[in-house]
Design a protein around this ligand. Sequence first.
Ligand SMILES: C[S@@+](CC[C@H](N)C(=O)[O-])C[C@H]1O[C@@H](n2cnc3c(N)ncnc32)[C@H](O)[C@@H]1O
Length: 267
Amino acid sequence: MAQTADKFDLYQQSVQTPDHEVEFFEQAYREAYKRKPYVLREDFCGTFAVCCEWVATSPRRTAHGVDLCSETLRWGREHNLSKLKPKQQSRVTVLEQDVRENQTPPADVLAAQNFSFWLFKTRQEVVDYFQIARSNLNAQGILVMDMMGGGDCYTEELTDKRTIKKGKKGFAYHWTQESFNPITADAEFSISFKFPDGSKLKRAFEYQWRFWTIPEVREMLAEAGFRESHVYWEIEDEDNPELDGTWHRSGSAVSDPSWICYIVAIK
Ligand SMILES: C[S@@+](CC[C@H](N)C(=O)[O-])C[C@H]1O[C@@H](n2cnc3c(N)ncnc32)[C@H](O)[C@@H]1O
């Protein structure tokens, strides 16, 4: 099963929820500027699933996706873009280049998801990237990034295993914290997939990142010129279904062993 598997398809099923992302961008933008956003730029867009979801939610919406990897972009064209109606397709532009090179039309929302900017390992590189991202935004624009952390992220060779699809044609997703160097904060992660016949797609995706923290990132956003930044934390409250799973601007949170949040920077 591993030999015939499509790693991009497995990735999308395991880690991406484009409808949720679009909903969150709308919430964060509304809370910043009290109106709807229309122009999206998705940096490190990979298979640009979020761009495709974005244009499908309104005929006024346009999206620009930027990524260096031609193989990943090609997969996105064949499997995500092709599923849209022709008019929707015409509102997606994909650019194969470095996120630091291009000037696209000013965006309302610039998204850099799945910790992608962590590949910039020095403060200078991150500040430079944030300055360029800021220049790619409208006067009323937001930069949205996700962050992760918690004690588990510092435990080497720790794997979080999840069944994504049950049954004979199902598969499991393994997220492994391969290594962490406390002196440099260099961290290596990988994604593997396991199938019911016992076969494995080992290290289908590998990441060599600097493990940045929320306060460091907020300081760098301020240094790059952003007016404000907000941390959105997820509320978990099973007794209150209205609130459970919703995201709110927060100034403090419990020290969960493994957490994910958003940082939203306001131009
Ligand atoms: C962690 S993946 C994220 C993919 C997608 N955004 C998601 O949320 O799943 C990082 C992506 O960034 C791309 N990438 C890495 N360095 C880049 C750069 N300097 N400029 C543009 N894309 C880059 C890689 O090709 C890869 O597709």
